[in-house]
Design a protein around this ligand. Structure first.
Ligand code: F6R
Length: 598
């Protein structure tokens, strides 16, 4: 949430900042701003609204300099407007600061500063830090920033520059991600590696409490007490083109269509028995007493799918938990338990806190994450990377599929008794199967026209299909703003059936053969109340086909893989409904990618 970019080196900073912010806009898009330092001249420009407004504003301006920092905002404190946009300044306009995270004790700090006659222009917590920097100047920027950081409660990735020390940027992090890009005689800063990938693939992922002092393109790392430290440089193998729209109207659409290719990478090298890419072997897996799958949003929905698989193959109870709830209750976690934390970004605040809880209780933590070097990847005892490349669309698609396939691979490796109705040979064919599933798109486009004007849409399914239904409903509501709800099909008659009337769209996922008759009966019940039924299943579901208004036929596959590919028509439904309604698909209102605040 909120995007950060910074540059120090021989090039003009402004184009680099604007390029970086364009790649970061998915992290927040209610305002954006830049600060450029040219010797002792500090220029700050910021605008409410999408980045394009700032770009238009800066189009003919020539702001030269040797240092620059930029920010795209997802509002926490204060409404989105020009004044609340970052960068913020101290009272003398000598410091410029950008910040991700939340300073929890900002009100107390502000009261103290007000008593000393400092003034404030904005409603943000960040401005308090800027004013405090002006108040605490020690003669060295690094010392001033670390001193102020010691007073802060909460979370931050801070980037600061000042006319008092021209040529220097100081940055630091506590719980909010910050990446250093190491170039030839130049250094970049970003909240997200994809933002600077076009300049360098050499990255340092700062740890909590790390600070960096960058002067004339060169950097030194310190802890909060200004002791020099070192961190490993990692090479990121993502392709720049993966972080670009490449002619598509939307990242989300591009990412849906990339799924065959990226799943090839998820499964690559992981299909052989004994593969070293599988971080926990069968013997170890069998020894766990309980499994906790903990995640948020889409990743949580992926966990619902994993639960049934792991219980089936290991005979170990599995609990799927929302990280935001799990972290604040007192779950009975034991040292012989396995925590599986699932996250695209690896930076979701609630999932990180839940991981800490699991570790404090002595359980082994396995992270299924996409972003290499992310906080969760570093905290976990074992890591399974999804390898689906950068996901820019706020609505997760390819990462979700990667999470399903990742869990399927783990479960298959732990399936000593052949309980899952799929084989490594069949999983190898998954990319081709995904490609074939794309053929339903034209049909989905037509179906989308029948639901784009409805206000309430219900997704139903049983077993693993219910897990998919939950994700289908979330996808639709987050980008189309229509109310969508997922229900276990058998739950309808316990209340929600009261809402079904003539023409209410019901989207049914029915890949689970052993549950087909039961699901079909539930469909009969909604049909009897006039519902408009759109079903997704394979060609064996004759009865369901006959009673559905529209039937999307999946290509032939085992039941397990049919479930996995069933998400594709649901992703297309969400995309095409939102597109018909002209919604801002990659930047849905009120949302942003990578939820690094509570
Ligand atoms: C929805 C979506 C979110 C994320 C959630 C967790 O499309 O993307 O629900 O799944 O914010 O994010 P990660 O996976 O980064 O932990």
């Amino acid at each position: 949430m909120c995007g950060i970019i910074g540059y120090s080196g021989p090039k003009e900073p402004l184009p680099i900042l604007i390029g970086g912010l364009s790649r970061l806009e998915y992290r927040g898009y209610d305002s954006a701003g830049v600060a450029i330092l040219d010797g002792e001249k500090l220029t700050i420009e910021k605008k409410e609204g999408k980045l394009q407004i700032l770009k238009d504003h800066l189009e003919n301006s020539k702001i030269n300099g040797n240092i620059g920092i930029g920010h795209t905002r997802w509002a926490t404190h204060g409404v989105p407007n020009d004044v609340n946009a970052h960068p913020h300044s101290d009272n003398q306009k000598e410091f410029a600061i950008i910040h991700n995270g939340i300073i929890e004790n900002y009100a107390e700090m502000k009261d103290d500063l007000l008593k000393e006659d400092f003034i404030f222009e904005s409603d943000t917590d960040t401005e308090v830090v800027a004013v405090e920097l002006g108040n605490q100047w020690t003669g060295r920027l690094l010392e001033t920033v670390t001193n102020v950081a010691k007073k802060l409660d909460g979370t931050y990735a801070l980037v600061v520059t000042s006319t008092k020390e021209p040529g220097t940027i100081v940055a630091g992090r506590m719980m909010s991600p910050l990446v250093l890009g190491v170039g030839e005689g130049e250094t970049f800063l970003a909240s997200d590696s994809a933002a600077i990938l076009e300049h360098t693939n050499k990255m340092i992922f700062l740890e909590n409490g790390d600070f960096v002092e960058i002067t004339n393109g060169k950097f030194k790392l310190f802890d909060i007490n200004m002791n020099e430290i070192s961190r490993e440089i990692q090479e990121i193998d993502w392709k720049v083109s993966e972080a670009e729209k490449s002619g598509y109207d939307h990242f989300m659409y591009k990412e849906i269509l990339e799924q065959a290719e990226v799943i090839e990478r998820t499964i690559s090298g992981r299909l052989e028995v004994g593969s070293e890419e599988i971080p926990i072997d069968l013997n170890k897996a069998k020894g766990f007493e309980k499994i906790w799958i903990v995640a948020c949003g889409t990743a949580y929905h992926a966990g619902l799918f994993g639960k049934d698989l792991f219980e089936k193959v290991l005979g170990v109870p599995v609990s799927v938990e929302l990280a935001s709830e799990f972290r604040y209750r007192e779950p009975i976690v034991g040292k012989n338990d396995l925590g599986i934390v699932i996250s695209q970004s690896g930076e979701t605040m609630d999932t990180i806190a839940a991981t800490e809880l699991l570790k404090e209780n002595g359980s082994h933590v396995l992270a299924l994450v996409n972003v290499v070097g992310s906080s969760l990847a570093r905290m976990a005892d074992s890591v399974f990377y999804l390898h689906v490349g950068p996901e820019i669309g706020v609505a997760s698609t390819k990462a979700y599929l990667g999470m399903l396939v990742g869990q399927l691979l783990l479960a298959k490796h732990w399936d000593s008794e052949g309980k899952l109705d799929t084989s490594f040979d069949e999983i190898k064919q998954l990319p081709a199967l995904i490609e074939k599933t794309f053929e339903c798109e034209d049909q989905v486009k037509k179906i989308s026209k029948s639901i784009n004007e409805k206000n309430d849409i219900y997704f139903i399914g049983r077993g693993l299909d219910y897990a998919l239904a939950a994700e289908g409903a979330l996808k639709l509501k987050e980008i189309s703003y229509l109310h969508a709800e997922a229900l276990a099909a058998g739950e309808l008659k316990h209340g929600t059936l009261a809402l079904i009337e003539e023409g209410t769209p019901i989207i049914v996922t029915a890949s689970q053969h052993h549950l087909l008759d039961k699901t079909t009966s539930n469909v009969q019940e909604v049909k009897a109340r006039g519902a408009y039924v759109i079903a997704v299943g394979d060609s064996s579901s004759k009865k369901l086909q006959d009673i559905s208004n529209d039937y999307i036929t999946l290509p032939e596959a085992s039941e397990m893989l049919s479930t996995v590919i069933s998400i594709i028509p649901l992703q297309f439904i969400a995309y095409h409904v939102a597109n018909l309604n002209g919604e801002s698909i990659d930047q849905p209102r009120n949302l942003a990618k990578s939820v690094t605040v509570e």
